[in-house]
Design a protein around this ligand. Structure first.
Ligand SMILES: [Ca+2]
Ligand SMILES: [Ca+2]
Length: 409
């Protein structure tokens, strides 16, 4: 997003369009949600100030951008479950357009993670929506020496294409970047519907996805003052903005904006940040037994390693149904899975998880949630106990079933 002086020419060199099918589905079990904004505030309300700061600034941002970013509700608000960033043709504090930019600096900062944003883009010549990240503390120096990760950028006269890029290296004009673009099928536009944009950033690797299709992986970069994997080994924060490119803005093609397209709206359904938990191993279930309420079918079917056998309530889901697994001796664990794949409507519509050392005293729930799919994965801080109890808290017109129940550490 910053200082793209040679972007137009160089992008032509790096547009190795790679939406060839490579299905690394995401997020995997090992990505755990740690932060999110679902933008469920009341219609017209400001973005959550505990998660975002609103930039109040103009001046071009090194790219001869034309907008002034305001903190007014004219340019940003929540509506119907989305954040809306509005770009307007409007004279304001020396600029001839207004828009908004949200930053999570010192409110949401992460070293490594999966960052997933579902958004519908604005359109029209000059529009430059961006979802990107910069270093919180910039310990390796000014741009681009502390790095920049662009999760998604688009130019509004090319609505079938987005790009993902990292910027790094020496001071401008000797800076470096690398990236790739993702193209929709012919005739489709990122302005027509929401799409999911994600980056997975781990030590030594950054991967870009659109709608869970991996389209770019970068593993090479540098910064002058520190060894690899610097600069991408420090905390970064998120930014969401809609810039307006002008006659001197390379990214948007050095043309004047199409004023007839304004106002334009950039809709963001959610922003979710995940961190990777250590890979886990399923515990050996030898000697484990299960009891259930209601008493029905064969509880041991959830522990037999066979997806074709199941325990089921034999009755519609109602709160209070439960099963208890006795692991035969005390175990330490931090994750469980309740799998009813194959009876795809039979998963718990809501659940609470309890643990006990004696099968009698359960204390308060260690985890709870709402099931949304036949495989329910529950992560929690490590526990040591012999018994695990899962209680149904939802209501449904299907029988509650469990084909396999596993516990991990
Ligand atoms: Ca939402
Ligand atoms: Ca089974």
């Amino acid at each position: 997003m910053k200082k793209r002086f040679l972007v137009t020419i160089l992008l032509l060199l790096v547009l190795s369009l790679l939406p060839a099918y490579s299905a690394l589905s995401a997020p995997t079990d090992n990505w755990q949600l740690v932060w999110s904004d679902e933008f469920n505030g009341t219609n017209g309300s400001a973005p959550d100030s505990t998660k975002w700061s609103l930039v109040d600034q103009g001046g071009g941002f090194g790219n001869s951008e034309l907008e002034y970013y305001t903190s007014r509700r004219d340019n940003s608000y929540q509506e119907n479950g989305s954040l809306v960033i509005v770009a307007k043709k409007e004279n304001y504090t020396g600029q001839s357009y207004t828009s908004a930019k949200l930053i999570s600096k010192n409110k949401g900062d992460w070293k490594y993670g999966r960052f997933e944003i579902r958004a519908k883009l604005p359109q029209g010549r000059g529009m430059w929506p961006a979802i990107w990240m910069l270093s919180t503390d910039a310990i390796y120096g000014g741009w681009p020496k502390s790095g920049e990760i662009d999760i998604m950028e688009n130019r509004g006269d090319q609505m079938d294409k987005v790009s993902g890029t990292i910027h790094y290296g020496n001071d401008w004009p000797n800076n470096t970047y690398s990236g790739a673009s993702y193209l929709l099928s012919s005739g489709q536009s990122f302005a027509d519907t929401y799409h999911t944009f994600a980056v997975e950033w781990e030590e030594g690797a950054i991967r870009w996805y659109v709608d869970d299709v991996l389209y770019s992986t970068k593993t090479n970069w540098f910064t002058p003052s520190a060894p690899y994997p610097a600069p991408f080994d420090q905390k970064f924060y998120l930014m969401l903005n809609l810039a307006i490119g002008g006659p001197n803005t390379p990214f948007t093609g050095k043309t004047s904006p199409d004023d007839s397209a304004l106002p334009q709206k950039f809709y963001i359904d959610y922003v979710r940040a995940y961190t990777k938990t250590a890979s886990s191993t399923a515990l050996d279930r030898t000697g484990w037994t299960a009891t259930t309420s209601p008493v029905n079918s064969t509880p041991g079917n959830m522990l037999d390693g066979n997806m074709s056998s199941r325990w089921t309530t034999g009755a519609d889901m109602v709160p209070g149904q439960y099963f208890i697994v006795d692991m035969n001796s005390s175990k330490t664990f931090n994750k469980l899975t309740i799998d009813c794949t194959g009876n795809n409507n039979d998963y718990a519509r809501g659940y609470q998880v309890f643990v006990s050392s004696d099968g009698t005293n359960w204390g308060s729930a260690i985890a709870s949630g709402t099931g949304t799919a036949p495989l329910i994965t529950v992560n929690f801080a490590s526990k040591t106990a012999r018994y695990i109890k899962v209680v149904q808290t939802g209501t449904g017109t299907n029988w509650w079933s469990v084909r396999e129940f596993n516990v991990y550490n």
